[in-house]
Each structure stands twice: as structure tokens, then as C-alpha cells.
Design a binder for this molecule. Structure first.
Ligand SMILES: CC(=O)N[C@H]1[C@@H](OP(=O)(O)O)O[C@H](CO)[C@@H](O)[C@@H]1O
Ligand SMILES: [Mg+2]
Length: 545
């Protein structure tokens, strides 16, 4: 039987498409109720083989629904250097997921033709999954797809999303980036962290303890692995480790960011430096309670500011001249953008939501720092910048101070997972910076004060009626909505608000910020009502704050 016939035969026999719900490859791959995903996973397996053949390189498939409820699941393709697949492949994925079983060969053939794929090339696909109960059988469906098209799969079992990105990148760069294994990941990161901390840890107000909420997800067993290797310089107290609680339920980075409160399962006392991972450990936020037990959140914006400021200092201190920039989305707090551009004098770019947009834009800089407000982000160094930094760190003619900065910068690069936002790697980076600065969590928080803000979701008949422009900061449809938002915003001091259709949930998201929490809540509510009225809201009207 030829490969395409086998692809359809296995589909019909083992992974038939039982309903015609349309499934779209969105901001973060396919994501929906786990029970609707079996045939989608199988087809992603098929597509991964084509991707591997077209690139003549190893491709990754990660099975996770990140911060979403345990009942959901999802899948993402990882390209050869650990980055996201280009747009064209998202379209192929959507076509393949939604065709009938019998339609599979035609879609595959059209991709083979357009991409000029040689089907005799060996194809290897690396697979990993999160801790959702459904991930086991869905992973098998992906593997069945890979096998049906004659590809080889290597199943890494449980990994965080960024670990798989890292391993795929190492594999395809022939070890330049590191050893392509979970062990290689811990090894590179912990060595870089320990060498940085051996030289400059435990200064001033810094204390080497973090209380970590692992969202009852895959981050828990993985960060436990890491913790053992770095305990000389960082003691991690891990809660929500999956031993009893439910994944992402009233815990994890998304919960903490949106609810603006501590997660359940962690008894927070004033001054404790706490952090939360999301369900697949590609996001992190920090938080603490002050002496009045008020909750303070250090989200992606605060992490980005901390990181960009530190890198700026190291670059200057080492005598290098590298163009450093920061990438945010419209969700970035207005205070952070103002602080970064006006006080730090670092250029800021704003792009649409979704890490692929941020990652892409960050490549415009020699050192590109990018973070979504929700805590997903990393730093990428251009090839040229990496070479310059490594050379500088070996230059004997530098002053001792310059040398120290250059050596630090080189080690800092090794702590960072440049392929994608990574909660574990970001945590190490934050800890390095806080300790080198001698800062407590409150010192960090004092860099600038966030404008009070609120995010709400509005259910509408069809979220695609809401269309946006200007990096999602303005609505172009439905007619009149933007004018209404402008009118509402003008009534609030420091008011700002925008709305956009979610790429991962069936809702329209509303964001608002203003001078007080009460005003931010009011503004979000009023804009939410305008969305409900003009964009076809369904169910109950948004409740007053
Ligand atoms: C406001 C917000 O946090 N949106 C999240 C969310 O996307 P939406 O398109 O807003 O549903 O999930 C994405 C994937 O995890 C993440 O990249 C993004 O930042
Ligand atoms: Mg995630």
C-alpha cells in the first residue's frame, strides 16, 4: 500500500473523524476539549512527517493545553530551530484537521506539491506531553500518524513545552546549542546558574528562597529535577506539585495574573518571594504580600523590565555596543512601557498577541527581550551578538570591570532558553539578577508602579465579527465600537482600553487600565457592555463590578 493510502486506512480504522466541529490552528496550535482531538492529533502526526521531510530535519510535537482546564488538550508543532511553524503550515494544519477521512490524501498531496517534498526522505519527529490524563492516548494518536506516513517518532514522555523546543533545537544544530536531552537541558542551565551565583550571590536584600506554585502541572516534576542541582544557591519550596490538586485549578500563572491574587495551596506570608508556573511551564509570574498583606504581582512586564535593564548594564559595562530592544503586546501595562522607553531609554515594539509575533519581532534586535504580560517570554541574541559576547568574554585587553561584565553576559546567555519562553529558565534569570542587584522582591517591584487594570471576557455569537488593527489596539469592526471605546476611555484619568477576539477561547477579551482599580473595573465593564451590544453578545450581560 502506498503511504497516502495507508494514511487514510489507519485514519478510518483507528482515528476516524466522528464529528464535523471545525478546529483551527490558532495562537497556540489546536486547543479544545480533549474528547474532540483524537483525529486532529493523528493528522498532526501526518503533517509533522511532511514538515520533517520538507526541512530534512527533526520536528517537534508537543501535546498540551497549557493554562487551560484539565479537560482540554491541544497540540503544537515545533520547527527545526525550536521556533513556531510559519503561517503557511498553520493553514495546512487547519485544512488537514478539517477534511473528511477520505479527503486526507488529497490535502497531503497538495502540501507535498506546494512544498516540493521528497517523500523518500527519512523523517524524525520528537514528541512530548504534559500531565493531562488525556495526553497519553492523544500522544499515541500522533505517533500513529507519524508511523502511517513512514516517519520515526521519538517519545520523550513528560516534558515542559520549552524543554521540547530546546531539545529539538539542540538536535538540529548538532549540539551547538546544547545536548539534545532532558539531562542536557538541566546540565546547561544549572551549570550557568551556579557559575553566575558562585561569583555574585546572596548580596544585600536578596534571599535565596522561592516559594513556587507549579500549577499541578508538568513543571512540578521537572523543576524538582532542576532544584536538586541548584540547591547550593537557590532553595525551592514547591507546592501544587500535582500530588493532590487539579491542574490549573485556582492556581498557576494564568489564575494569579487574571485574578490578581495568590493561588490556593500556598500559604503566603509577607515578604515571601513567590512564583507561579502555568500548566506546561512556559510562563512564570512572581508575587508577594507586603506588610499590610496587600498582593503585588510581578508579571511579564516587570520581568522584562528587570531583564532588559540588567542586560543593558552588562552590555555597556563590557564595552560592547549592541542594539537592545524590547517587544510587548497591547496587554503590557502602560506604566511599564513608559518606564522602559522614558527612563531606561530602551526602544519598545508592540505586536499582536501570541508569542510567535513577539519572537519574530525580537529578531529585529541584536538583543531582543520579549514578554507577554502574562509571563511568557525570553531573550534572543542574534548570531552576531552571540559571537561578539563570547569573543569579548575572552579578550585579555579589557579592564577587570569590563571583563567581569562580558563573562557574566556570556553565562547569562546560557541560563536563557532562547527558543521560547521558559518558566524554569526565566526563574533562574530573575534570581541571578535579583541576587546580583542585592534586591528583595519589594525592591524589584519598586522599579515602577503598575496602573490598575482589569481583563474580562465577553461571550458573543461569533467572535470573528470583531476585527482589529494597529497591533490589536484599535477595532475596525463592528462599526461604531471603536468610537464608543474612545468615548468611554476619555472619561477616565490614565484610561486605556482595547478589545480583541481570543485566539484560544471562544470569547472576546476586554482590557482596561485607569488611575484606580475601581476605575479600571468600571471602564472594563462599560467597554464589555459595548462589546456585548455591538458584537452580538450571548447569555447574561457582563455583571457590574
Ligand atoms: C491575553 C492573553 O494572555 N492571551 C493569551 C492567550 O491568547 P488569546 O488569543 O488571548 O486567547 O493564550 C495564548 C497562548 O497561550 C497567549 O500567547 C496569549 O497571551
Ligand atoms: Mg503555557
Amino acid at each position: 500500500m502506498d503511504l497516502l493510502s495507508r494514511a487514510v486506512a489507519v485514519a478510518v480504522e483507528k482515528h476516524p473523524r466522528l464529528q464535523d466541529k471545525i478546529c483551527t490552528y490558532g495562537t497556540a496550535g489546536f486547543r479544545t476539549k480533549a474528547e474532540d482531538l483524537d483525529h486532529v492529533m493523528y493528522r498532526v502526526g501526518l503533517l509533522a512527517v511532511l514538515a520533517a521531510r520538507s526541512r530534512q530535519a527533526t520536528i517537534g510535537v508537543m501535546i498540551t493545553a497549557s493554562h487551560n482546564p484539565e479537560e482540554d488538550n491541544g497540540v503544537k508543532l515545533i520547527d527545526q530551530f525550536g521556533d513556531m511553524m510559519p503561517q503557511a503550515w498553520e493553514v495546512y494544519a487547519t485544512q488537514l484537521a478539517n477534511t473528511t477521512d477520505k479527503g486526507i490524501p488529497a490535502v497531503l498531496q497538495s502540501i507535498v506539491d506546494v512544498e516540493k517534498i521528497d517523500m523518500s526522505v527519512k523523517a524524525v519527529v520528537f514528541i512530548a506531553r504534559d500531565t493531562r490524563p488525556s495526553s497519553v492516548s492523544l500522544s499515541q494518536a500522533v505517533q500513529d500518524g507519524i508511523q502511517a506516513l513512514g516517519g520515526d517518532s521519538k517519545d520523550f514522555g513528560l516534558l515542559t513545552t520549552p524543554q521540547l523546543h530546546y531539545i529539538v533545537c539542540c538536535e538540529n544544530t548538532k549540539g551547538d546549542y546544547g545536548v539534545p536531552s532532558e539531562e542536557g537541558y538541566y546540565d546547561k542551565m544549572s551549570k550557568a546558574f551556579l557559575s553566575l551565583q558562585n561569583e555574585g550571590a546572596n548580596q544585600g536584600n536578596y534571599t535565596p528562597q522561592v516559594y513556587l506554585d507549579a500549577a499541578n502541572g508538568v513543571g512540578a516534576p521537572k523543576v524538582t529535577e532542576l532544584a536538586g542541582r541548584i540547591s547550593k544557591h537557590l532553595q525551592l519550596q514547591i507546592v501544587n506539585d500535582g500530588s493532590q490538586g487539579k491542574l490549573n485549578y485556582r492556581c498557576g500563572a494564568d489564575y494569579v495574573k487574571i485574578q490578581q491574587c495568590a493561588p490556593e495551596g500556598l500559604k503566603v506570608e509577607p515578604g515571601m518571594r513567590c512564583a507561579s508556573f502555568d500548566g506546561d511551564a512556559d510562563r512564570i509570574v512572581y508575587f508577594f504580600l507586603d506588610d499590610q498583606r496587600r498582593f503585588h504581582l510581578m508579571d511579564g512586564d516587570k520581568i522584562a523590565t528587570l531583564v532588559a535593564g540588567y542586560l543593558q548594564e552588562l552590555v555597556r559595562g563590557s564595552g560592547l555596543s549592541l542594539n537592545l530592544g524590547l517587544v510587548q503586546t497591547a496587554y503590557a501595562n502602560g506604566s511599564s512601557t513608559k518606564f522602559i522607553t522614558q527612563t531606561m531609554k530602551v526602544p519598545v515594539a508592540c505586536v499582536p498577541t501570541g508569542v510567535k509575533h513577539l519572537h519574530h519581532k525580537a529578531q529585529d534586535f541584536e538583543v531582543g527581550v520579549y514578554f507577554e504580560a502574562n509571563g511568557h517570554g525570553t531573550v534572543i541574541f542574534s548570531k552576531g551578538a552571540q559571537d561578539k559576547i563570547r569573543q569579548q568574554s575572552k579578550d585579555q585587553s579589557l579592564s577587570p570591570e569590563q571583563k567581569k561584565c562580558a563573562v557574566r553576559l556570556a553565562s547569562v546567555m546560557d541560563v536563557i532558553n532562547q527558543t521560547v519562553g521558559d518558566a524554569m529558565s526565566d526563574m533562574l534569570l530573575v534570581e541571578v539578577i535579583l541576587s546580583h542587584r542585592g534586591w528583595s522582591v519589594a525592591d524589584w517591584d519598586a522599579m515602577y508602579t503598575d496602573l490598575p487594570n482589569r481583563q474580562i471576557k465577553i461571550k458573543v455569537q461569533d467572535r470573528t465579527v470583531v476585527q482589529t488593527t494597529d497591533a490589536e489596539r484599535k477595532v475596525t469592526s463592528p462599526a461604531g465600537l471603536q468610537e464608543e471605546i474612545d468615548r468611554l476611555v476619555s472619561g477616565f484619568t490614565n484610561g486605556r482600553s482595547f478589545v480583541r477576539p481570543s485566539g484560544t477561547e471562544d470569547v472576546v477579551r476586554v482590557y482596561a487600565e485607569a488611575d484606580t482599580q475601581g476605575n479600571a473595573d468600571q471602564l472594563a465593564h462599560r467597554v464589555g457592555l459595548a462589546v456585548y451590544e455591538k458584537a452580538g453578545g450571548v447569555g447574561d450581560k457582563p455583571a457590574a463590578p
